[in-house]
Design a protein around this ligand. Structure first.
Ligand code: GLC
Ligand code: GLC
Length: 812
């Protein structure tokens, strides 16, 4: 069952009812100022850091769900309603929400009044613009009142939700004309404030929540709105808000438009005040003036759309499969931008006050983003590498505002160092810019011990190479990609963090998965060494990789007979083996070892993937492990803490489904690669939205596995490495347009009935127009013709002197 539909021409998902199975959200902003907005106008706004600079308040886990947002109320006689249905939940005659690329639109119609809202964050300003157009569609004159409402957050969202003894006394505001200023803590150490304004004279305002809502009321029945009259309250402590009142008369057929702007302003410390305790409003007024007419809003909206046109033109596919076209050309790339910006910080499931940027997460997010804005990827790589330690280990997370490593969680995750190679290699393959390797980058943000990025990569590889266990496999430390495989933790007390309890290292527990990574990214590192002319080092690295490959394929170490072992626990016992009672097979080493090419020649690769199909597959995707753990295993950690079928305990963890799909392309099975791709693909799961529940235009982190009560139900949407990995999978492996160090390679692996297709790819400043004749073949390039001339192999020689290149690929 569907609750809306795709409008590909406008790049929108059109939600037809406010009663979606879960709030279906969108992200506004792509640089520093961000908002989350749901299909019923819920959500919140922050500047740069969802924890430290939160502009508006949101209450996670509240009931009814998704209760705070940025609302407009319309009072028409005795009826009060909202264009997005919430919070009054007054039944609407018509409702529609269109989530687009960086904007959302709402349409609500009630009793002959129509309200259209367009909301977006302009490309170059720290504000959210919401244009409300009210139209009288009835045959009689209408006098209505419009009310706006936002609730301020006292900046630090964590403190805001806990420290009430202080916070109930600190709130301060100013009002000037239609502009309501939130200036809590500006008197002392802050030099920033927020403003909410409208481009029209107002009848009244409120800035104190209790005056607006009334005691014992909530946003669904605000007393001042029900009374039709805001009270001009000035907040002093408690909960400052911003609410405007506009009284409007509309002739039949008449429309009126209002532009609301929610902005963030920083003043120079020496220029904070206009006069004693009166804030300097000049920059705010300049900002508001930039969006005070419809024409200016139209221009800013066009600029936003132009920007996205450019970004989304970098990689486009035209195939006979609409769903593939839709995901590749629009939604998958859009989600890659969002995950790049947010890491795992702020969604409807990540509260924005927990973890900041993840080291491994951000390195992987880069893989799906780097082609869009390579310069930002470059900067991110340097930021991430700056949190590495001198011995090659890394902080697991860092805070985006300070860019400093997070010492609460610290280090010790065995896979982290190798992801830095993955991200850097992707950047160089995309751009050809090797100067990044010569950048001086600090360790642990200490400039006095800076070394080149190349040296950072060397230490990344070296750390894993020299930290091996009894089987010569890499040590796992606190966990590897699977954050819940905590083999050195041995926690027995509730509340202890599985990730930080126990030693950060152990001499015995090993990860086969990191072994697979070591092969994949060791090879990429060796290629980088070659590029730098370091042939001896490249040879040494390749020797280590070859040794690791043997270990992975050895039935006394990485190989279990029908599939790859997952790990060895701290007692040296196998994890993910037929010898185990529960958790006999895990997805990660099957996907990653094979995508790294391990076992391709020996037939073990195919065996491992066949086992995945036989043991882990479901109609909703491939599960992370089987059989699920039914009891808690102290020696395994958090993985066994979840009820069977959820999260890392036998859930369908969407992030590693593309690894299996990529692995299938590596052994040439296009049918199966695509089957795996389809199972978690939003354009396909849209049909079962009542089961899947999360947004049908983007990926979620986890779908409940076969052991779970709600098999097929998605959770934790938006912020997941699934976005980047599925884009890598579909664009680089299935459609097969893969950036190498030497140029673009075209080597598709598609289902036999996929048909011919074409790809446009802007790469290192050259536009490639690629057409593929598929010939019913799953994999194999018979002919590569570049501007009319036949070329050997699959790599298009890079020629910077050309603007456009025509490429014809004949499969066979
Ligand atoms: C979450 C984490 C990621 C981890 C994965 C598996 O997505 O953000 O770092 O790899 O879970 O545990
Ligand atoms: C990942 C896992 C989650 C775990 C968390 C710990 O996000 O998905 O289950 O609790 O990592 O950091």
């Amino acid at each position: 069952m569907k609750f809306g539909h795709f409008d590909d021409e406008h790049r929108e998902y059109v939600i037809e009812t406010p009663k979606t199975p879960l709030p279906w959200i969108n992200y506004l902003g792509s640089k520093e100022f961000f908002s989350l907005i749901s299909n019923t106008c819920g959500g919140y706004t922050f500047y740069k850091d969802a924890k430290l600079l939160r502009l508006t308040r949101y209450r996670y886990n509240d009931v009814p769900m998704d209760i705070n947002g940025k609302y407009f109320y319309i009072k028409d006689g005795d009826t009060v309603w909202n264009p997005g249905w919430k919070p009054t939940q007054t039944d609407l005659d018509e409702y529609e929400c269109r989530h687009g690329i960086g904007y959302s639109k709402f349409k609500g119609v009630k009793n002959g009044v129509r309200a259209d809202v367009l909301t977006f964050v302009p490309v170059n300003d720290n504000c959210e613009v919401s244009r409300l157009v009210v139209t009288n569609d009835s045959s009689a004159e209408k006098s209505i009142s419009i009310f706006s409402y936002v609730e301020w957050c006292l900046w630090n969202a964590d403190d805001d939700s806990r420290n009430f003894q202080r916070n109930f006394s600190t709130g301060e505001v100013e009002v000037k004309g239609s502009a309501i200023y939130h200036k809590t803590e500006y008197r002392e150490r802050r030099n920033h404030y927020a403003v909410y304004s409208v481009n029209a004279p107002i009848t009244a305002f409120d800035t104190a929540r209790d005056s607006f809502l009334g005691l014992y009321h909530y946003a669904g029945d605000p007393e001042a709105v029900l009374n039709g009259k805001l009270t001009n309250s000035m907040a002093s402590g408690w909960s400052p808000i911003a609410a405007h009142q506009l009284d409007v008369t509309l002739k039949p057929g008449e429309s009126k438009s209002y532009v609301f702007v929610l902005g963030y302003i920083e003043n120079p410390v020496e220029d904070k005040w206009e006069s004693h305790n009166v804030i300097n409003k000049k920059p705010a007024e300049a900002l508001l003036a930039k969006y005070d007419t419809d024409a200016k809003v139209d221009a800013a909206f066009a600029e936003l759309n132009d920007q996205w046109d450019k970004l989304l033109n970098i990689y486009t596919v035209d195939s006979s499969n609409d769903k593939v076209n839709r995901m590749v050309n629009i939604w998958n790339q859009y989600q890659c931008m969002v995950t790049f910006n947010m890491s795992r910080s702020a969604s409807y499931y990540e509260s924005g006050i927990g973890r900041g940027m993840g080291f491994r997460d951000s390195c992987q997010d880069l893989l799906g983003f780097v082609h869009l804005i390579p310069d930002r990827a470059r900067e991110r790589i340097i930021d991430i590498a700056s949190t590495q330690f001198q011995d090659g280990r890394a902080y697991h997370q860092y805070q985006p505002l300070t860019k400093k490593g997070n010492s609460d969680i610290g280090s010790g995750f065995g896979d982290d160092p190798l992801w830095l190679i993955a991200g850097t290699s992707a950047y160089i393959r995309e751009t050809g810019d090797t100067t990044i390797l010569d950048e001086m980058v600090p360790f642990d943000n200490d400039e006095s011990v800076a070394e080149t990025l190349m040296e950072h990569l060397r230490r990344s590889f070296g750390y894993v190479d020299t930290h091996r266990g009894p089987h010569r496999l890499p040590l796992i430390g606190r966990a590897d990609w699977n954050d819940c495989l905590n083999l050195n933790c041995h926690s027995t007390q509730p509340g202890e963090s599985f990730q930080t309890f126990g030693p950060s290292e152990g001499p015995v527990a090993e990860s086969v998965f990191i072994g697979g990574m070591f092969v994949k990214y060791g090879n990429e590192y060796a290629d980088i060494c070659d590029l730098k002319g370091l042939t001896d080092e490249a040879a040494k690295v390749r020797a280590s990789v070859a040794e690791m490959t043997e270990i992975l394929l050895d039935s006394g170490a990485g190989w279990d007979g029908e599939w790859f072992v997952r790990a060895y626990d701290s007692y040296g016992g196998k994890v993910g083996s037929k010898d185990c009672e529960e958790g006999q097979i895990y997805i990660e080493p099957q996907g990653f070892c094979v995508l790294a090419g391990v076992g391709k020649e020996t037939g073990q690769a195919q065996k491992a993937l066949d086992s995945v199909k036989a043991k882990l597959d479901t109609k909703y995707g491939v599960m992370i492990l089987q059989p699920a753990y039914t009891v808690y295993h102290e020696e395994l950690g958090e993985v066994s803490s979840y009820p069977p079928g959820y999260k890392e305990n036998a859930g369908i963890f969407c992030h590693n489904n593309p690894w299996v799909s990529i692995a299938e392309t590596v052994i040439g099975r296009g049918d199966r690669a695509f089957e795996v791709y389809k199972k978690t693909c939003p354009a396909y799961t849209e049909e079962i939205s009542e089961i899947h529940r999360t947004e049908p235009y983007i990926y979620c982190q986890m779908v409940a596995g076969a052991d779970a009560k709600f098999h097929g139900e998605g959770k934790n949407s938006w912020l997941t490495g699934t976005a980047a990995w599925t884009f890598v999978n579909i664009s680089q492996y299935i459609l097969g347009v893969y950036p190498t160090l030497k140029g673009l390679s075209v080597d598709p692996c598609v289902p036999a009935d996929f048909g011919d297709f074409s790809v446009k790819r802007v790469y290192r400043g050259v536009e490639y127009d690629i057409t593929v004749k598929q010939n019913g073949v799953q994999k194999g390039v018979k002919q590569l013709i570049v501007d009319g001339a036949q070329v050997e192999g699959t790599v298009i020689p890079y020629d910077a002197s050309k603007k456009t290149v025509k490429v014809e690929v004949v499969m066979g």
